[in-house]
Design a protein around this ligand. Sequence first.
Ligand SMILES: Cc1cc2nc3c(=O)[nH]c(=O)nc-3n(C[C@H](O)[C@H](O)[C@H](O)COP(=O)(O)O)c2cc1C
Length: 245
Amino acid sequence: MSPARKKIITTSRHGSCESADAIDRIIKGRFASRSFTGRTVPRQTITDILDVARFTPSGANIQPWRVYVVAGAKKRAISCALSKAHEEDRDEHSSEYQYYASSLPEPYASRRDEFGRLYYGSLGIDRSDAAARSRQTSKNYRFFGAPVGLIIAIDRRLAIGSWLDLGMFIQNVMIAAGARGLQTCPQETFAKYQALLRTLLPIPSEELIVCGMSIGFAEEATASAGSLMPRANIGEFAQFVDFED
Ligand SMILES: Cc1cc2nc3c(=O)[nH]c(=O)nc-3n(C[C@H](O)[C@H](O)[C@H](O)COP(=O)(O)O)c2cc1C
């Protein structure tokens, strides 16, 4: 083990109110940012974020994550191609996996409904206005103006357990970005244009594109508002059994 990692582990064993506060603040302060300033993010910052995220745990330590970091001309080419496809032939494209169940049971259907109400409501978009919703969706492909985009993939030969590992890795990227004053938006919308992305990035055929992510500095107005989305209370998802204080 490197001396630097040993020092971190020794320090973190003791814990402290300050470190709990700092981490809680970053987790609670993260939100799906859909409006970024043009301020650039240095390559070193993204390297530092990935350098932290690589410590994500994974079953049998197989570390299934694959990441393509794009900026500059390549990011512009991706935005251009995907925006055009979204406008001209979106029905010709499809993801290689199903993110949402075809029919959502409760309470998930109601939560999705509430998401739509809050999301489009905050943008002044009437939910029956398909053209306005489509224009908003299209902003995904421009990484919402962020200077850096990630395309995140997994080896298709792996099983569902490895997707747990990948999810944790994605969250760690977002937390490490948050610790550096950056915001992010994880984006499954990129999976739909996987065939097009393969023509633009060196993604081997055994890899399945899971999602994208925008990373940058959030616009001040959205940053101070934070997440629009409520969360269920602990009692709705956890049960304490035979737990003594
Ligand atoms: C795996 C994943 C994929 C997502 N895909 C998209 C997306 O394609 N476009 C988008 O605008 N938001 C996307 N989101 C953001 C969610 O809508 C958002 O996390 C959720 O509504 C909760 O809001 P919050 O993150 O601001 O707290 C995604 C989130 C996750 C975790």
